[in-house]
Design a protein around this ligand. Structure first.
Ligand SMILES: Nc1ncnc2c1ncn2[C@@H]1O[C@H](COP(=O)(O)OP(=O)(O)OP(=O)(O)O)[C@@H](O)[C@H]1O
Ligand SMILES: [Mg+2]
Length: 227
């Protein structure tokens, strides 16, 4: 369950005829927010592939919306996307390719007239010449920007029961991903501890090391967050 996101969920659910950019740091909770708010949406993903995949997210969306149909040419793809009633979500648009950025611009300029909804999620560390930044600049006032902020100290405290709340906030800075890692780490540690109490001890060579406060606090940062 998401904490502290009711307002953002409502804004996404209420958005029609808009191009919405969901922005925030790595691990802020952008994906979780859009998944919660827009259950019946069509999703496409951008990736930093070594072999580029032009229009990758829109190919994903086309496959989801029109399964089994042959691949459409770009002009027809754009028109059909424009007529799609389901919200279109382009994930991780900080990795968007130029061809997909063109389609985003095309859709963004027409979405008010079509009454659809186009959502992009992106980390907010875009260089000045990034294709998404250019699209957002070109669309101007047509874009609704939803910033996903770090969780508050109170929210962090509610998610990591059993951990000193101030320390949990100091370690995570309210980053939802890091909080989830910390919470999961503590849950895993408590399950292991309970299991260890109920299970006869194996021979010393197979035994896991004893649980220590430091091992259970060992946060694994995703490359995305630690970059
Ligand atoms: N408001 C929240 N309350 C509780 N947990 C949350 C909240 N937001 C996100 N999470 C959890 O934090 C983790 C990271 O969230 P998510 O993947 O949505 O981040 P992201 O911003 O999309 O990251 P990235 O930039 O890497 O794509 C997930 O496990 C998610 O369930
Ligand atoms: Mg994400």
């Amino acid at each position: 369950m998401l904490v502290e996101r009711d307002g953002l969920v409502d804004r996404l659910r209420g958005a029609r005829g808009r191009f919405v950019a969901v922005l925030g740091e790595a691990g802020a909770g952008k994906t979780a927010l859009v998944q919660t708010a827009l259950a019946d949406s069509a999703w496409g993903w951008c990736e930093p592939l070594a072999t580029p995949r032009p229009l990758g997210p829109f190919r994903d969306i086309a496959r989801a919306l029109w399964p089994g149909e042959p691949e459409l040419g770009v002009p027809e793809l754009r028109e059909r996307l424009l007529d799609t009633p389901a919200p279109l979500v382009v994930e991780d648009a900080h990795w968007v390719d130029e061809a997909s950025a063109d389609v985003l611009r095309f859709l963004g300029r027409r979405v008010a007239a079509s009454g659809g909804l186009v959502v992009v999620t992106a980390r907010d560390e875009l260089a000045a010449d990034h294709p998404l930044r250019r699209v957002l600049g070109d669309l101007g006032a047509a874009v609704t920007r939803l910033e996903v902020p770090p969780l508050s100290p109170a929210a962090v405290a509610s998610l990591v029961t059993g951990v000193d709340p101030a320390e949990a906030y100091r370690l995570t800075g309210g980053n939802a991903f890091l909080v989830s890692q910390l919470a999961g780490d503590r849950v895993a540690a408590s399950v292991r501890a309970k299991k260890a109490k109920c299970t006869p001890k194996p021979s010393s060579s197979q035994e896991d090391g004893p649980l220590s406060a430091t091992s259970s606090w060992n946060l694994s940062l995703p490359s995305a967050v630690s970059r």
